[in-house]
Design a protein around this ligand. Structure first.
Ligand SMILES: Cc1cc2nc3c(=O)[nH]c(=O)nc-3n(C[C@H](O)[C@H](O)[C@H](O)COP(=O)(O)OP(=O)(O)OC[C@H]3O[C@@H](n4cnc5c(N)ncnc54)[C@H](O)[C@@H]3O)c2cc1C
Ligand code: FES
Length: 257
């Protein structure tokens, strides 16, 4: 589906953990959404020029609604968090390549999410026909999206302070529970993705990682989001890829992170 800039209507919003907001918006973009894709939301405050990228957490294609779950990080997300039911927001989407869901069919997989990398794992889990081990990492017991994830796979939790599940990170949860998989799908902070890339290489299994790096234009024009790649780009003949258009999902072996 072609990307479009549209006005969406907020149909609900609530705070589901301190500083973490859960918003549903009515938009026809839901119809073509693929797990792992994202949308860009435009703040109304003109001092925040750039649109803010947020992953699709759920897509209700029948009702034509998208769910996003985001952390208030600065001015843009603070503005979004004040929106109420019936307010509108300009959105651009759907953007990015998304996860190769079909490749997991019939396999045993890890769906790994860290912090604000957890939301895209929900739409992915809902669309995947596989033996799903969902391994998620939070800071503390202020967990979110747990019940939704539990409906779509077996959930293992790690917390930095040890208040829920394994003390440590998602890799510690895998080790403590003696888990194994044929494939990995992951989204989260860069140190977590580096650890997953290393683990996948040692285990000889593919890992698809979503790089939620800083972005500016979100549509491939500014080169503000490049990542080093193993192979040369077909067009520019350099070892670079744009996360916003070539990603955000990459096979871990293909990128230098
Ligand atoms: C493809 C993609 C998907 C994303 N999905 C989600 C999501 O589902 N939920 C969610 O909460 N966030 C997500 N993010 C991060 C989100 O875009 C940023 O938190 C947001 O743009 C911050 O905007 P702001 O105006 O509130 O903060 P700003 O004032 O712009 O920044 C506040 C702080 O956050 C840092 N920051 C800004 N952008 C990013 C970023 N992309 N990654 C890490 N730190 C950043 C800044 O350096 C600064 O320290 C995603 C980012 C990308 C690129
Ligand atoms: S954000 Fe501008 S090229 Fe990716």
């Amino acid at each position: 589906m072609q990307k479009k800039k549209l006005t969406a209507v907020i149909t609900s919003q609530k705070e589901i953990a301190p500083g973490i907001f859960d918003m549903w918006i009515a938009t026809e973009l839901a119809k073509g959404a693929v797990p792992g894709q994202f949308i860009c939301l435009y703040p109304k405050d003109k001092s925040t020029l750039l649109p803010r990228p947020i992953s699709i957490c759920e897509a209700d294609k029948e009702k034509e609604q998208l769910r996003i779950v985001y952390r208030v990080a600065g001015k843009g997300t603070a503005e979004f968090s004040a929106y109420k039911e019936g307010d509108t927001v300009e959105v651009l989407g759907t953007l990015g390549n998304g996860f190769p869901v079909e490749e997991a069919t019939g396999k045993k997989v890890f769906l790994m999410g860290g912090g604000i990398g957890i939301p895209p794992m929900l739409e992915l889990a809902k669309n995947m026909q596989a033996d799903k081990q969902i391994v998620v990492g939070y800071r503390d017991d202020k967990t979110f999206l747990r019940e939704d994830l539990e409906k779509n796979g077996t959930v293992y939790i790690a917390t930095e302070d040890g208040s829920v599940g394994t003390k440590g990170n998602v890799m510690d949860a895998i080790r403590e529970n003696g888990l194994q998989a044929d494939m990995i799908f992951a989204c989260g902070p860069m140190p977590m993705l580096r650890a997953i890339k290393k683990y996948a290489e040692e285990a000889g299994i593919p890992a698809y990682i979503s790089l939620e790096e800083h972005m500016a234009c979100g549509v491939g024009a500014c080169l503000g989001c490049v990542v080093k790649t193993k192979e040369k780009d077909h067009h520019s003949h350099v070892h670079n890829a744009r996360i916003c258009t070539d990603g955000p999902v990459f096979e871990a072996r293909e990128v230098d992170i």
